[in-house]
Design a protein around this ligand. Sequence first.
Ligand SMILES: [Zn+2]
Length: 211
Amino acid sequence: MTIEVNLNGAHPVSVRIESRIFDPAAERRIESLLKSVWSHIHPNDQIAIARHWNNSQTSMPKVAAADPWWDDFWTDGMCEDEGRLIWLNWTTNRLMPDDVVEATLAHEMAHTWQWAIGKDRFALTNDDLAGTIIAIKYFKRASVVGRVELHADETILRWGYDPLHSVLWKERHLKPSAKDKKWTLRKKPLQVERSRKRASKKQTDAYYLKD
Ligand SMILES: [Zn+2]
């Protein structure tokens, strides 16, 4: 099913929300989370994203919920088509509370913003990093992908989200089952402080930080 939503703010824009899974609540849930993410985005960034999206002659921007067809079931979201298409891995996201799905969606929107300002993977340098998550001096030899991820997380931090939030929630509440290639909910969440260390390590690893 597909619905169309209007995002108001500094620059209005329409987005299509699509679900490719059986979850009748998915579209409306994503609609409300997307509107919340949009309201967190700085007006200048909203303008950049809306212009970028409206520039496309071919397609309306889309957020789609799907069961992952990609190999890597750890991936909760993906940003494709130069920021015009955001995928949410609904097998995992449907297990998560709204605030966690919202943080994931915000991260993917940050990738859209990178495209909107012309900072795709190869244009992004250490000079674009603010050093708000990891000091830039530790990031001199990071991989291209790592830098893109760190820059996206710095962006959501600036928009008012905690980049560790979804990693920590997953660490506490989900158990990976490599055999079925999916996550399952733990009956009892792991203790916060112990999980925080592991979550931080995972987050840092995702930035491919080398020392
Ligand atoms: Zn990312």
